[in-house]
Design a protein around this ligand. Structure first.
Ligand code: FAD
Length: 468
């Protein structure tokens, strides 16, 4: 990696409009790293790439953060390749890893069906990034450890990024890969130093807020670290993740005539699941098949039905698509059956000293649930109220999607505007596009999108650089 010299002013930046295209990737989580790999593999002429993220680790991000590195990913190896068109890439990498092969003897004929810890996946992504970089002597990559706070159009079609460095150069292409945003300082603090209110609780008690994979992650980590106190999971809908099948469930979905309204879609999915189970398949294979049609089904729904889905059905959908490996699901069930972990459905009205104010489902009144520690494990969507996104919205470089879940984007993440046009040179890869592209928070979808952006950058802006 070559660290470039820094410029000292906007006019200096203007002077740096060079023949070599400059790309900026904002965010170095999974989406940002995959985007960098995709650019290095698809744009075959020289370029300068700048990666921004205050997170010090290069392969950071929420899903791969090292603090929880040993937890198991909930996707099989076969669906975690970062090499487009080569679904076996991660499996091959594991097979060539002597240490891993020694630790996991059931390696024959390969690791495609298994689930691995995040740490290993993170190593794989980072190694593929390093390999892609060392194969390109003709490019420069600069890693910047600061958040980007605003993006502006400048000098025609170029972009100026505002960060702690007042002298960023102008960029031809900017890719936002900010995912769920910057980690919340309060949240980090809370995890590090739990609220103590021991006088109010008869025995150690921890509250987990939420019901997704993060809750299960935290619950099992607490138990693994020796915590024997009571754990209460407080969730609005109460749908915990379902189980994967023992072997991969190949996608099946009867897609000849797809329904177009929410009630029809629900009936259709229910009957597809029933038929699959009657035919010896699983509902999981229907959910895997549904993912391939989710975008067109979602696009076809009127806004009020999208809202209905979000309010009433998203939690069920998430619990069926983000599934747990069987062994982890069994542990979760035995935790709940043991009575030391309780799932309660209802609304957390507010946090209080030493607990939370909670309104149980079906009850008009609130109660206080005391606990020595409250951990917020709710899956936040992308943060829309950041300075960075505000700068884009203010300048008309992006607009929120219909439900304001993220930015309105097309398939490859280009922001869509009111008049139906898209913004040239700007992309939002990964969860920022969740309101427009269902499942764009999952690894296979992020990989496809990143390569589509790479191809587009190669073809559209630099036609002679098309991948060979
Ligand atoms: C706990 C967990 C487990 C998961 N397990 C799986 C799984 O098994 N299979 C699967 O397919 N998917 C899984 N996912 C989902 C998927 O991996 C994530 O959606 C994906 O990793 C999103 O990555 P990201 O880089 O877009 O976002 P993030 O992980 O949120 O990373 C965004 C990065 O951008 C940086 N950033 C934010 N704002 C700025 C700014 N203004 N300037 C500079 N940098 C900024 C942040 O610091 C962060 O490092 C999981 C997700 C989580 C949270």
């Amino acid at each position: 990696m070559t660290v470039q010299g820094l410029f000292s002013s906007k006019s200096a930046a203007a002077a740096q409009i060079s023949a070599i295209p400059r790309f900026a990737v904002v965010g170095r989580g999974f989406s940002g790293m995959t985007m960098a790999i995709a650019l290095m593999k698809t744009v075959r002429t020289p370029f300068h790439l700048q990666l921004f993220d205050p997170n010090s680790s290069v392969s950071g991000g929420q899903a791969l953060s090292s603090a929880r590195a040993l937890t198991i990913l909930n996707t099989r190896v076969r669906d975690l390749s970062v090499s487009l068109g080569d679904n076996d890439d991660f499996n091959d990498w594991l097979c060539s890893n002597t240490e891993f092969r020694a630790a996991v003897p059931a390696a024959i004929p390969g690791f495609r069906q298994i689930f691995v810890p995040k740490e290993i996946f993170s190593d794989y992504v980072y190694q593929r990034f390093s390999e892609a970089l060392s194969a390109r002597q003709d490019i420069t990559v600069q890693v910047c450890h600061e958040p980007v706070v605003a993006i502006r159009r400048s000098h025609g079609n170029r972009f100026l990024l505002e960060s702690a460095n007042p002298a960023n150069p102008l960029f031809d292409t900017v890719i936002l890969a900010t995912g769920y945003g910057l980690p919340d300082a309060a949240e980090t603090e809370e995890a590090a130093s739990p609220v103590r209110a021991q006088r109010l609780v008869a025995r150690p008690h921890t509250i987990l807020l939420g019901s997704g994979i993060r809750v299960v992650d935290h619950l099992l980590q607490l138990r693994d670290s020796g915590y024997r106190g009571q754990i209460t999971i407080l969730s609005r809908h109460g749908f915990l993740p379902q189980s994967h099948t023992p072997n991969a469930a190949d996608p099946v979905f009867p897609a000849d005539t797809l329904p177009s309204t929410l009630p029809e879609i629900l009936r259709f999915i229910r009957s597809a699941c029933r038929e699959a189970e009657e035919g010896g398949r699983s509902w999981q294979s229907v959910m895997n098949g549904l993912r391939k049609h989710a975008r067109s089904l979602w696009r076809g729904l009127p806004a009020h039905q999208k809202r209905q889905f979000n309010r009433h059905l998203r939690a069920i959908y998430d619990s069926h698509r983000n599934r747990l490996p069987e062994a982890i699901y069994a542990r979760l069930q035995s935790e709940l059956a043991g009575g030391n972990t309780l799932l309660r459905r209802g609304v957390v009205v507010r946090r209080g000293f030493g607990g939370v104010f909670f309104r149980p489902a079906g009850s008009p009144s609130e109660e206080i649930v005391h606990a020595e520690r409250v951990l917020d494990c709710r899956c936040r969507g992308p943060q829309m109220n950041t300075r960075l996104l505000a700068s884009l919205l203010d300048q008309g470089l992006a607009m929120p999607d219909e439900l304001s879940l993220g930015l309105a984007v097309d398939q490859r993440g280009q922001p869509c505007l009111e008049d139906g046009s898209v913004v040239d040179g700007l992309f939002a890869v990964g969860p920022l596009g969740l309101g427009s592209l269902p499942d764009i928070d999952l690894v296979p979808e992020i990989v496809s999108q990143a390569y589509a952006v790479g191809e587009h950058v190669a073809e559209r802006f630099y036609p002679r650089s098309k991948a060979v």
